[in-house]
Design a binder for this molecule. Structure first.
Ligand code: ZN
Length: 372
């Protein structure tokens, strides 16, 4: 049941009680009115105590909301090299406490970061990785966090990892690379905390910002390898032009880049899929003008049904959303592109053809050839 429905129900009940009270008081003795008045007050007190629970009860279901609504968790900030920042605890995707929200009774907690935890057993001693390259400015005791690591990434960006184990892999002054193992979550109660968890905070010019604008939990997001990076338009344009592709159009490429950015999916991968699905839409194909509107064959095919009614922009966005959806729940060690068309993917698969991902991977690497 949704929070809105619950609140509405409570309000309805309250209105009903008031109606009954007014009917009865108009009919009977003042004693009954006083009695009902007391019941009403007790009811109101109970209501006031429980309303916050009703309103905020859904916070624990944060995890399940990833499956339907990705939008809020798509990071808006990318690393300076244009790739995604790294989620600090790959083994845990559960956020036990979000950024800056209210507590059960509606008071502002001013939580400066997010807490990452999944029960004491699965949380204590889990390895923590640096979200980006930088310089360690503190590794040790920190007020409120027990043991903590601070990493300065430059440009005013600092990441903070709190409630750690004393066993650390870095010390102040060390430079770390992106995704480098830096420490472990402390087991048990470390600092001002109620149980094993990582307090993960990002400061921008000294002010805490919502970390979900920078990182996202592993099962809610596409893996770092295939997450958004800026499309190398010059290189890709030439690549497509050499193949006499109808996609060799800067405006279309710009648009595919935007679709990828919006969903945090690598636009090079989007174009690689058109290579596997439609040989990059050769201009000489009699249906090129139609295929180019849906070269990802979303909704089955460019040729019929809903798939034949889309614009290139719409089909690019749907293809990107599909990649996000299919990327969820990827077992560790599985190739991120293979997983998109794996038969054991619980969200379904992009294509039935078993060789699909090999072709896509080959095109994807070729399209990235222009990088570095
Ligand atoms: Zn915290």
């Amino acid at each position: 049941m949704s929070t809105v429905k619950k609140t509405q129900q409570v309000a309805d009940q309250y209105r009903n009680v008031r109606r009954i009270v007014s009917i009865i008081t108009s009919l009977s003795s003042p004693y009954l009115a006083i009695f009902l008045g007391i019941i009403l007050i007790v009811f109101l007190i109970v209501l006031l105590v429980f309303i916050p629970f009703l309103l905020f009860a859904d916070q624990d279901k944060l995890q399940s909301s990833f499956n339907d609504g990705y939008y809020w968790s798509v990071p808006t900030q990318l690393d300076s090299d244009g790739t995604a920042y790294v989620w600090p605890v790959p083994s845990i995707s559960r956020i036990s406490s979000s950024f800056g929200t209210r507590d059960l009774f509606g008071t502002i907690r001013n939580h400066n970061g997010i807490d990452i935890a999944d029960g004491a057993e699965k949380t204590g001693n889990q390895p923590i990785y640096s979200m980006a390259a930088g310089t360690v400015t503190l590794a040790g005791a920190a007020s409120g966090y027990g043991q903590a690591i601070y990493i300065d990434h430059g440009n005013g960006l600092v990441s903070i990892y709190g409630h750690l184990s004393t066993e650390m892999m870095v010390s102040a002054g060390d430079t770390v690379s992106k995704g480098e193992l830096i420490g472990r979550i402390g087991a048990g109660i470390v600092g001002r905390s109620t149980g094993a968890h990582l307090h993960f905070q990002i400061n921008l010019n000294g002010t805490p910002v919502n970390p979900l604008g920078y990182v996202q939990p592993p099962d809610a997001a596409v893996p770092v390898e295939i997450s958004y990076r800026k499309l190398n338009i010059d290189y890709v344009y030439q690549f497509l032009k050499d193949r006499e592709s109808a996609l060799a159009d800067r405006e279309i490429l710009e648009m595919i880049d935007q679709a990828g950015k919006k969903k945090n999916v690598d636009p090079h991968l989007l174009i690689a899929i058109t290579g596997q699905e439609q040989s990059f839409v050769p201009k000489k194909n009699n249906h090129a003008d139609k295929i180019i509107k849906n070269p990802w064959n979303v909704f089955g095919c460019w040729c019929s049904g809903k798939g034949a009614t889309l614009t290139t922009e719409e089909s690019a966005t749907i293809a990107a959303s599909t990649i996000v959806k299919l990327s969820a729940n990827r077992p560790t060690g599985r190739d991120p592109i293979e997983w998109l068309s794996a038969l054991d993917n619980p969200k379904g698969y992009y294509a039935e053809h078993r060789g699909w991902w090999i072709g896509v991977s080959k095109f994807w690497r070729a399209l990235l050839g222009g990088e570095g």
